[in-house]
Design a protein around this ligand. Structure first.
Ligand code: NI
Length: 177
């Protein structure tokens, strides 16, 4: 168990399509350790999600966990912990939504991203059992942000409204009280 280094934008691993996991891999101690490291690293950084490629492990797994109180995302709703393996996203309608996003691999910045507002994700859980969830609102954005990491994409590729902003200026000019 360890807090791992979070690799940053420019590191080639962040631009790879990560490898799908096999059942025997997910049921191995190696996977348990990977998830533990991801969880500890995410919590140490104050993140609400982390994908394996962000700790330089190019595999299709991510954790999403919106805590009761997050310093980085004070307005975010609470969730339980989701462990996602080999996800497939389906859009459920044409509706879009725009939220401010940040990323542990792009420290110090925030930007607005427009994404589909209602999605279904079919995935395997940490026991390699099939799961399916429908998501909307901020949680739909959080999942899409994390799952983008499994396919070599970063939110900064998708920023809208010329909104890319340093965190200090974000706090000064872009948070409504
Ligand atoms: Ni990210």
């Amino acid at each position: 168990m360890a807090i791992r280094e979070v690799i940053k934008m420019g590191h080639p691993t962040l631009r790879l399509v990560a490898k799908e996991l096999e059942e025997d891999e997910v049921k191995s101690p190696w996977f348990q350790e990977l998830i533990t490291d991801m969880r500890e690293t995410m919590k140490a950084c104050g993140g609400i999600g982390i994908a394996a490629p962000q700790i330089n492990e190019s595999f299709q797994t991510a954790i999403i966990d919106l805590p009761e109180e997050s310093d980085r995302y004070p307005d975010a709703p609470e969730s339980h912990e989701y462990i996602i393996v080999n996800p497939k996203i389906t859009l459920l309608n044409e509706e879009k939504q725009t939220f401010w996003e940040g990323c542990l691999s792009v420290p110090g910045l925030r930007g607005q991203v427009t994404r589909p507002a209602k999605i279904r994700i079919d995935y395997k859980d940490e026991n390699f059992v099939d799961q399916s969830i429908e998501l909307e609102d901020f949680l739909a954005t959080v999942f899409q942000h994390e799952l983008d990491h499994l396919f070599g994409e970063l939110y900064v590729d998708k920023v809208v409204n010329n909104s890319l902003t340093y965190e200090e200026e974000f706090a000064q000019f872009h948070t409504e009280v």
